[in-house]
Design a binder for this molecule. Structure first.
Ligand code: ZN
Length: 399
């Protein structure tokens, strides 16, 4: 049983509150006084959280958490004046991550992904999504998804796996684009789905990646297997990927720096969540932010995520993404926090299970030593998380 103390009322908070957990579920919510009276008559363990704020466990709904190698060398070279072109010629860019990922053992992949996941968990993350996409061949893609599943078994963390079948065209398929898309949408998808490794699929629909037609073909194949979809849409240009995401009933359309009014309207009508990724926007020094006022006006639910990946967003802090969502994209702290809780849950299709504090939902929550919720968005580099409960089990408490 835990107690929280609130001060303002914009976030639906309850002051001097308590909740009770039975098994892995939230079983009761009410006042701290009622909870203490109840505890005197029943045999329950009581935990005093000392007036900390208690929020639903945070959800990072877009990551590329499992990969081999690092791109730090490239980062340093670029800042020392080496051009993108020279780096690409020397085998840098996404191909270097693909090579390192293919060469990595499952143990090494698990070890590095665990370190990244632990950074997120220390801030109160209890659910994250993990995409494949750096294997670009069946065996390596399978390994990435298996490691993501293993991560969820080993850590007190719920991990949703996404098969990012269309991420980049592998070097060896440069002259066989059509056949690569056929394999991804056909036998590879079937084998990975059959093995129970896929919770959803994703594609990078962009002029430097895959066309709307190619993406649509893959997403339709996934739909025949009853797999939900995410779409990397509108990161660098508007080629109608948001409309496609809406058309196939995708759970989310992600990035959306380039989005038209009709794209936003389509997302709203389909109930597709807009997942905003300020880490990549920042690292790429982009200057056109997602049209948040348009999304707001259209009534599109907005989520926020780290997009943790070695190339464009080596970010293992969802709290930093909260700050960037506010400072770079103009979200209100209230919108940003909804973006890592209830709207992130929706982006994963898990709104009935997590994302809010409600009786019957999984008892995933995080405690923060803060004065008001907006502080989670305001701070740069602080981690006020003092405790995490995952599935009803307390993992870490400090005062
Ligand atoms: Zn991504």
């Amino acid at each position: 049983m835990v107690a929280a103390e609130g001060k303002s009322n914009a976030y639906g908070e309850v002051k001097d509150a308590a909740l009770a957990v039975r098994g892995d579920r939230i079983a009761w919510m009410g006042s701290a006084a009622d909870a203490l009276a109840l505890a005197r008559t029943q045999d329950v363990a009581v935990t005093d959280c000392g007036g900390a704020w208690l929020l639903p466990g945070l959800i990072d709904c877009h990551t590329h958490l499992v990969y081999g190698g690092s791109r730090v060398e490239e980062f340093e070279k670029r800042l020392c004046g080496v051009s993108y072109e020279e780096i690409a010629r020397a085998g840098g860019g996404i191909q270097s991550t693909v090579n390192a990922t293919r060469a990595a053992t499952p143990e090494a992949l698990l070890e590095s992904a665990t370190r990244r996941a632990e950074c997120l968990m220390a801030e109160g993350v209890t659910t994250l999504e993990s995409k494949s996409g750096y294997g670009l061949e069946l065996g390596a893609e399978r390994r990435l998804l298996e490691v993501a599943r293993e991560l969820g078994r080993r850590l007190p963390l719920s991990v949703r796996t996404t098969y990012l079948g269309l991420h980049a065209l592998p070097k060896e398929a440069a002259a066989a684009r059509e056949s690569f898309v056929s394999q991804v949408s056909g036998p590879w998808l079937e084998v990975l789905a059959e093995a129970g490794l896929i919770d959803a699929v994703d594609a990078f629909c962009e002029n430097i990646a895959f066309s709307v037609a190619e993406t649509e073909r893959f997403l339709h194949a996934a739909r025949r297997l009853k797999l939900p979809a995410h779409v990397h849409a509108g990161q660098l240009s508007d080629m109608g990927a948001a409309e496609l995401a809406a058309r196939v009933g995708a759970l989310s359309a992600d990035h959306l720096e380039y989005l038209s009014a009709s794209g936003a309207a389509a997302l709203a009508a389909a109930g597709t969540v807009a997942v905003l990724l300020p880490g990549a926007y920042y690292m790429l020094r982009q200057t056109t932010p997602p049209p948040v006022p348009l999304l707001r006006q259209a009534g599109v639910a907005m989520a926020l995520a780290t997009d943790c990946n070695p190339g464009t967003s080596p970010c293992t802090s969802l709290l930093l993404a909260l700050n960037m969502g506010c400072t770079l994209f103009g979200l209100t702290p209230h919108e940003a926090l909804a973006g890592v809780t209830r709207h992130a849950a929706r982006a994963l299709g898990l709104q009935a299970e997590i994302g809010t504090l409600e009786i019957g939902k999984r008892a995933d929550f995080a405690l923060y030593r803060i004065d008001r919720p907006a502080e989670l968005c305001y701070n740069l580099g602080a981690n006020p998380c003092t405790g995490v409960v995952y599935g009803g089990v307390a993992r870490r408490f400090k005062s």
